[in-house]
Design a protein around this ligand. Structure first.
Ligand code: SAM
Length: 295
């Protein structure tokens, strides 16, 4: 049985040859050819036989197959039409997989989940993501507040580190706050290039994002909060005061900015990278009041 898995160099090569399939770099097509890595990802995700699994980008079905063996049902979104007949063939022995030929960025995932899974079923997103759209995919899935317990995804190592970064580290930035506002983020595995066909140019890691029951901080206006966080990191070497002066331009003068920082209890000479989520929330809520009241 083992040597029949899709995720082996031999079987993957045979499938590609049979169908004359050529990789599209523009779709981030790097297929996994090591079944142990896949089993490890599924174990880290916490999938069991009651689970519903959602995959993005099944490729020729390497991860899909392992999900089908471990979970109750698998729904996978694949944009590349050329892969549909291949998947139909490679996954034909499994009765619990549905492939949806749609761009994940355009898909109504919430409606799909409602129609395909039982209301109480634990749902997990598990994917080897196309790296060229990692952040848009994850931010879409997080913002839509889907009933998924966690997202366990293979992504570019550097992006995984940024998403899971803590304050006062090189990788910490607005992406860390955006992701950690919705989830607890943890890098659970580093993965060598050799387990992909073809090997990608960058290193890879598996990131596990576990949904928070509720936001870790109180934020009056989420858009305002995320805009401010971004502004505080706009020029990493500059102080908060200088970044905020640029951000607010005519909406608040320099003195108002200094006062706002004082009110929030944050030293104006600090840099964005030293603020934790709570401090960003305090800062945003204070400035929201100031800007909206026109003070
Ligand atoms: N899961 C397979 C594996 O691990 O071997 C393939 C992963 S490969 C890194 C990414 C897959 O995502 C490719 O099959 C690609 O065609 C698909 N893909 C790229 N952009 C997509 C999009 N916008 N929506 C859905 N699938 C997409």
């Amino acid at each position: 049985m083992i040597n029949q898995w899709i995720a082996t160099p031999k079987r993957t090569k045979a499938i590609l040859e049979t169908y004359g399939f050529s990789f599209k770099k523009s779709l981030g097509q790097n297929f996994i050819i090591d079944v142990n890595i896949l089993k490890n990802i599924i174990q880290k995700a916490g999938i069991d036989e009651r689970s519903g699994a959602v995959e993005i980008g099944p490729g020729i079905g390497a991860l899909t197959e392992q999900l089908a063996v471990s979970a109750e049902k698998v729904i996978a979104y694949e944009i590349d039409q050329r892969l549909l007949p291949i998947l139909n063939d490679t996954l034909s022995r499994y009765g619990n997989i549905e492939i949806i030929n749609e761009d994940i960025l355009k898909a109504n995932v919430a409606d799909m989940l409602k129609s395909r899974f039982k209301p109480s079923q634990p749902i997990y997103v598990v994917a080897n993501l196309p790296y060229y759209i990692t952040t848009p995919i994850l931010m879409k899935l997080l913002r839509e507040d889907l009933p998924a317990a966690s997202l366990t995804v293979m992504i570019q190592k550097e992006v995984a580190e940024r998403m899971a970064a803590k304050p006062n580290t090189k990788s910490y930035g607005s992406l860390s706050i955006a992701v950690q506002y919705y989830t607890e983020a943890k890098v659970v595995m580093n993965v060598p290039k050799s387990v992909f066909m073809p090997p990608p140019n960058v290193d890879s890691s598996v990131l596990k994002l576990t949904r928070r029951e509720k936001a870790p901080v109180h934020v009056v206006d989420e858009d305002f909060f995320f805009d401010m966080v971004q502004a505080c990191f706009a020029q990493r070497r500059k102080t908060l005061r200088n970044n905020l002066i640029r951000h607010f331009e005519s909406a608040a003068d320099n003195r108002t900015i200094s006062n706002g920082l004082k009110q929030a209890g944050i030293d104006e000479t600090r840099r964005g990278e030293s603020l934790d989520m709570e401090e960003f929330a305090e800062l945003a809520n204070t400035f929201y009041k100031i800007v909206k009241s026109g003070a």
